[in-house]
Structure formats: C-alpha cells, structure tokens
Ligand binder design. Structure first.
Ligand code: UD1
Length: 369
C-alpha cells in the first residue's frame, strides 16, 4: 500500500487530479490517497464549484495560502506543505500541470527525499517569461515519474537529459474528465440562461499576465473582440485577475458599451464544457482550452505567441494567432466562412490516462514488494 499526497492548488488542477484521486480511492488495498488543496485559488467560483461538479471529495488538508507575489505565494505553499509531508510521511507526492503549487510542492518533496510524480510533464513553450514555463522546468527536473500527454513532451524531456526510465506516455488526464463528464455537461441549462444557440456564439477566456497585466496587448485583443461581436454574441467568463485589470485600465465602460459582448462570472466545470462544446469557436490564452477544444473538434484561436501544447496545432483544431488585432480578426473570419481544419484527436487522449498512471504505480509496488 502506498500513501500518496495528491496536490491541487488552482482551477486547472482539479480536473486533472479528479480521475486519479477517484481511481486510487476505490483501490484501497494498494493506495492511501490524501488530497491536499494549497488554496492558491480560493474563490468559490474558482475552486468549490469544481469540487462539486467533478465529485471531488473535500480535501483532507487545506493550506489556505491565497494570493500574493510569486515569491510570497510559492514560499507560503512550501512552508505549509513541508509540515504536511512531515506529518503524513507519504511514499509519493503527485503534482499536476504548471501552477505555482506544482513547483512549490515538488521542491518540498524533493528536499525531503520523497519521490515526485508529475502529471503533464515535458510541455515547453520555450518562453521563460511565462511563470508556468519556470514551474514546468523546476518540477520536471525534480520528478521521478514524468507522465506525458503528447510526443513533444517526451522529446523535450529526453533533450533535457531526463532518463528514459522515468518518462511515461500516458495520455491526458484532463481529457479523462472531459470525456467522463461530457454527457452530464449536456444537461447544463447555461445556454438557455444566457439566451444563446448552438454554434451561434463565441467563447472567450483571457487571464495570462502577458495579455491582461498591461493595457496594450489587452487593447489589441479587445479591438478584435469588438469586431467579432458584430457577427456573433461573445461570451466572456472573466477571471478575477482580468476583471481587476480591466477596472485598473479604466476600460470598464468600453467593455460595457459592446452590446454583444457578455461578461459573466467564472463558470463551473459543467457549464463551461457545455459552452465550449456548442460554441462556434474558442478564443483563449489558456493552456487547457487548447486541448479540450481539440478533443471536441471545436476551432480554437490562441492569442499568444507560442504554445507548450503543439499537438493541438499539428493535429488539432488550434491556431496560434498572437495578439495583433488584424490577425485575430482574419482568423475569426476564416472560421466564420467555414474555412478551418477539422483536426484529429491526439494519440492516447482516450479517457484512460489516469488508469494508465495508477497501473504504473501498482506495478511499481509489485516490483518493490
Ligand atoms: C494561475 C496559474 C495559471 C493558470 C491559472 C488558471 C500560476 C503561476 N498561474 O494563474 O497557470 O492558468 O491559475 O486560472 O500558478 N484571484 C482571486 N480569486 C482566486 C484566485 C485568484 O481573486 O480564487 C485573483 C487574485 O487577485 C490573484 C490573481 O487573481 O492575485 C491571480 O491569481 P494567481 O493564482 O496568482 O494566478 P492566476 O492568474 O489565477
């Protein structure tokens, strides 16, 4: 039996850990999974909604670290998580994705000689100005199990000198959740509530510091949205960081004046999936949405200069359009005129990634037992 601390911290972590936590919990002969929530995201809509929708149990431990500068947040997570490791003495710490909680907990575990498993290892944007890229590099360097979602991840890790024996191509746990909850999401009434119809709206999310912390890039994207909303209603569930910054830039009225641009509070998982599945296209700077839209065959415009998930471009429905207004509008027009690639689902994005991960741990227990 192995005791595993499964770590979640921020919104994009919950759907990746949920299938792993669930499989471990039902296999109590082999696993003692302890769910740790760092509290990096704490608003009800950024956290509790997801626990409810995904059927995640209440965390065994909540660290309540909250917001702060990167150093403050990372340090607070480390201080609190070290206490948890010393108390629970786990055999393994499992982290997912690339948020500050991921890197902070890996570093704590590594220094206590506790093996680390990283789900979604090996992704690289090659842009060290992204905080997530630094989190990915640190976490992968410290990990003993590197679970990879796409072939670029394997290549990147090999190039960085990570031993092949630690690298496992398992597929995508976020897609496990998506595949598993798609039917339930269909029952969401969010489209009626918003008064929108199948295929006749655009879904937008923006929260990357590089897009929303400075007025210029945000203005450029906003100009494109002003044009797009002339053709179709635009639904924009707004991240707390983005809302705060729009107010700070003095752009609240400009946003309100666009009659076909609808800002909503951050949505729960099921409502959001429903919108993503039925929109005309997604415009986003998120990592996860690039993958989810590819899996559902929905066109995706990524308003960034790069992606750490290149398979969504080479195989999927994603295009990297940057933040130039004219380029965004051109790409949107191509979608609206039906001129877009159909895309394919990447290998092993089949809803069974968590099963593969759990099996790898089980084999390890057998080998060592
Ligand atoms: C974090 C992740 C990012 C991920 C995103 C998903 C890092 C470095 N970034 O970015 O990779 O894509 O989550 O949302 O870990 N805030 C609230 N309520 C909350 C959480 C945040 O109001 O529940 C506000 C706070 O003002 C905070 C700001 O949002 O300062 C940013 O939150 P933070 O966790 O630092 O980063 P995100 O931008 O959410």
């Amino acid at each position: 039996m192995i005791r595993i601390l499964n770590v979640v911290g921020a919104r994009p972590n919950f759907m990746k850990v949920a299938p792993i936590q669930r499989l471990m919990a039902v296999d109590s002969n082999n696993f003692d999974p302890i769910l740790i929530h760092t509290g990096q995201h704490y608003d009800e809509r950024m956290s509790q909604f997801f626990f409810n929708d995904l059927g995640l149990p209440e965390p065994d431990v909540f660290l309540g670290v909250g917001s702060g500068s990167h150093a403050e947040q990372t340090a607070r997570i480390m201080i609190e998580f070290e206490k948890v490791c010393l108390q629970y003495k786990p055999d393994l710490v499992l982290v997912v994705g690339d948020v500050n909680s991921t890197a902070a907990c890996s570093l704590v575990a590594g220094k206590l000689w506790i093996p680390v498993a990283h789900v979604e290892a090996g992704l690289r944007s090659f842009d060290r100005k992204m905080p997530e890229e630094l989190n990915r590099l640190v976490t992968d360097a410290l990990s003993d199990f590197l679970f990879v979602t796409e072939s670029s991840g394997e290549e990147n890790l090999r190039r960085e000198g990570i031993d092949d024996s630690k690298i496992y191509m398992v597929g995508n746990c976020m897609i496990d959740s998506l595949a598993g909850f798609l039917e339930k999401a269909e029952q969401s009434a969010i489209m009626q509530q918003l008064g929108i119809r199948d295929g006749e709206f655009v879904l937008v999310t923006l929260h990357r510091p590089s897009n929303v912390d400075e007025p210029e890039p945000f203005q450029r994207i906003f100009s494109a949205l002003a044009e797009i909303q002339k053709h179709l209603p635009v639904i924009f569930p707004i991240h707390p960081r983005t809302r705060k910054n729009i107010a700070g830039f003095g752009l609240e009225n400009d946003v309100k004046n666009l009659k076909n641009l609808h800002l909503t509070e951050p949505l729960g998982y099921l409502d959001f999936i429903k919108l993503q599945r039925h929109c005309k296209f997604v415009l986003t700077d998120s990592g996860g949405l690039q993958e989810e839209s590819t899996w559902m065959g929905i066109p995706c415009l990524t308003v960034r200069e790069n992606t750490e998930r290149p398979v969504t471009v080479t195989l999927g429905t994603n295009e990297i359009v940057g933040t130039d207004s004219a380029k965004i509008i051109d790409a949107a027009n191509r979608i609206l005129s039906g001129n877009w690639k159909k895309g394919e689902i990447p290998p092993l994005w089949d809803g069974h990634a968590a099963e593969r991960i759990v099996k790898i741990f089980k084999n390890k227990i057998k080998d060592e037992g």
